[in-house]
Design a protein around this ligand. Structure first.
Ligand code: NOJ
Length: 556
């Protein structure tokens, strides 16, 4: 396999709106990111994925772009962006932008022009269809944020347009070669400006199952999950391959696809040696127990399920390519709240979860605050929630018969706002995020969980993540951690997640989440303990004794 710089990278996702505000308007911004670059460097990450900062009405927090060539004034200016790129370069950090091209904003000039002249060239940039009041829509697919995928075209009574996400996010018509060319030119413009690559949003949706048609309804609303069309749509790789040839490959850019529902045979086409992406996220953990009925129907996840999901994913891609591993991102609840049972949410348990995920093959992506163990928040009323998908799921839960309090509790477990509360820098009232009023309330636990406290404490979660990253970079172990084979160990043993990484060295990773002390037989005595989330470790007569929530990395 040809070695690439990004194989050994550790990436850190910044959600700019909630990271650091520099001008007191309560919204994080690019100058704020620049001010904090040394913190990313101190953690040890080498790639920053920046969630969208392009001009946007922020209906979906920037995933609704109204101008791909400018920075939203709330986030700063193009000069700030250039300063960020230069400051990152000085620190040997790479910047990866978010590429959102399944859809744009309904406030984008292309869409405005399409509304003015649906039969003109910009009409062809979207999926616009004739329709008359009382007629069924061209298909009954449910949009990701609820309701039908069709909306009346502004200024018209007899035309509708398609949106897979919110109605303010009209889908771009990738069947149109001119649209594709326009997108590629934009991508190259950013690559030429110095970004190292892209995290590619919602990309699996660019290939529609055409012509539009109904599938059997799966809820009382008469609609069906849009997943049905993704299962049927064929030929996405010809679009992706063309995009890669026209943009990423000539620039040797790093790309990570937001890919769901991939079929086994597509894996090499996506992330193989000549794949369309460098890597793609492994969402198998976040998808555990997902119900098509909605969040209200989703039981809590167990660590046993997490283990099974991770082992299955990494077996599936072994020898094919690199997954990007996450326990959370800006669309998910906090990983420690989602995966760990309440009794495991101590710093020890958080280290176990972090360590087990970090040492899997692939590229670790940390989400801002993960290194502090930031947790889900709670709300007293749905009006406190900003996220559009949470509002939809709240309605779905009410429709299913839950009381408002029960529906709110459901939303608290899964809301995307959990990950979007301001980064917890310190224990001051606004946690060092802003001098103004934060756009989302700070988590009350910032007085205990914050960077300032954890930096000053050798055994903090933050310092544990630093140690993980150091191990990944250590010349003695990097080759094994990055390229070593992956071999589950004692897979059937409940309460234990264990695996080998075998390369120039052999590492055995052990995590005991059973809640009780556990004895684990070893095939060989350990030579040294490379990482331990507790002070003690005991090994005797060919067996390790692990305390509850103990995590160790042994060299054997
Ligand atoms: C995935 C993004 O991560 C999410 O935040 C967004 O709402 C959708 N794609 C639509 O762009």
């Amino acid at each position: 396999m040809e070695k690439k710089w990004w194989h050994s990278a550790t990436a850190y996702q910044i959600y700019p709106k909630s990271y650091q505000d520099s001008n007191g308007d309560g919204i994080g911004d690019l100058p704020g990111v620049i001010d904090r670059l040394d913190e990313v460097k101190a953690l040890g990450a080498d790639v920053i994925w920046l969630s969208p900062i392009y001009c946007s009405p922020l209906a979906d927090q920037g995933y609704d772009i109204s101008d791909y060539f400018n920075i939203d004034p709330r986030f700063g200016t193009m000069e700030d962006m250039d300063r960020l790129l230069a400051a990152a370069k000085d620190r040997d950090l790479k910047i990866v932008m978010d590429l959102v091209v399944n859809h744009c904003s309904d406030e984008h000039e292309w869409f405005r022009k399409a509304c003015e002249d649906p039969d003109g060239p910009y009409g062809q940039f979207f999926y616009i269809r004739d329709w008359h009041e009382g007629e069924p829509y061209p298909c009954n697919w449910r949009s990701y944020f609820g309701g039908p995928c069709w909306e009346l075209l502004p200024g018209h009574t007899d035309k509708i347009y398609f949106h897979a996400f919110h109605k303010k996010q009209p889908d771009l018509n990738w069947e149109n070669p001119l649209l594709r060319r326009t997108v590629y030119d934009m991508i190259n413009w950013w690559l030429d400006r110095g970004v190292a690559g892209f995290r590619i949003d919602a990309i699996i949706n660019i290939k529609k199952f055409l012509p539009f048609r109904d599938f059997p309804a799966d809820r009382d609303d008469g609609l069906c999950s849009i997943q049905r069309m993704l299962e049927k749509a064929k030929g996405i790789t010809s679009f992706l391959d063309e995009m890669a040839d026209e943009t990423f490959r000539p620039h040797d850019a790093f790309t990570v696809g937001e890919v769901f529902n991939e079929k086994d045979e597509e894996l090499p086409l996506f992330i193989g040696e000549r794949g369309c992406f460098s890597s793609m996220f492994d969402f198998s953990g976040t998808l555990i127990n997902k119900s098509e009925k909605g969040w209200y129907d989703q039981p809590p996840v167990t660590m046993e399920q997490y283990k099974e999901a991770m082992f299955a994913s990494h077996r599936r891609v072994a020898g094919v390519g690199f997954l990007s591993n996450i326990i959370e991102n800006h669309d998910e609840p906090r990983g420690v709240s989602f995966f760990l049972p309440p009794e495991g949410r101590s710093e020890t348990g958080k280290k176990l979860l972090g360590g087990l995920g970090f040492l899997l093959p692939g590229i670790p992506f940390l989400y801002q605050g993960q290194e502090l163990g930031m947790e889900n928040t709670t709300h007293t009323d749905i009006s406190e929630i900003d996220d559009i998908s949470s509002q939809d799921e709240y309605r779905v839960a009410l429709d299913a018969g839950l009381s408002p309090a029960e529906a709110l509790a459901v939303v608290d477990r899964f809301s995307r706002d959990n990950a979007r509360t301001p980064y917890q820098w310190d224990d001051t009232p606004n946690t060092g995020f802003t001098t103004g009023k934060p756009w989302l309330p700070v988590h009350p636990n910032h007085t205990e969980i914050n960077l300032a406290e954890q930096k000053g404490r050798a055994d903090s979660l933050y310092n544990f993540y630093r140690a993980l990253i150091r191990l990944r970079r250590d010349p003695e172990y990097a080759d094994t951690v990055v390229y070593g084979s992956f071999e589950p160990y004692l897979e059937e043993r409940e309460g234990l997640m264990a695996y080998y990484r075998r390369g120039r060295r052999t590492l055995l990773v052990l995590g005991n989440y059973s809640g009780a002390e556990m004895t684990v037989p070893l095939n060989e005595a350990s030579k040294r303990v490379l990482l331990n989330n507790l002070e003690r470790y005991s090994e005797k007569d060919g067996a390790a004794t692990l305390a509850p929530w103990q995590f160790v990395v042994l060299e054997v």
